[in-house]
Design a binder for this molecule. Structure first.
Ligand SMILES: [Zn+2]
Length: 79
């Protein structure tokens, strides 16, 4: 009887671990992709260069950076 309980416990634990892993990883990825083009909802990493966004805005939409990414502040390269 003791054995069965142990196995059950182990299974529960494994389930929790499995839950924790991918979810937190997903969250990290989501947080890293926090620049969203307001026109096409394309997401960019927060470390993206301003130039890349400018090119996206211009090439894809013929718009200015501010129109696609209002409030964007370049964080890449900052200390
Ligand atoms: Zn876009």
């Amino acid at each position: 009887m003791g054995n069965g309980q142990k196995a059950q416990h182990k299974r529960e634990r494994a389930k929790n671990d499995a839950k924790k892993g991918p979810t937190s990883q997903l969250k990290t990825n989501e947080a890293a992709k926090n620049i969203v083009c307001q026109v096409c909802r394309n997401t960019f990493l927060c470390t993206v260069r301003k130039k890349a966004l400018e090119e996206h805005a211009d090439n894809k939409h013929g718009k200015k950076l501010e129109e696609c990414f209002p409030g964007f502040v370049e964080t890449a390269g900052k200390k």
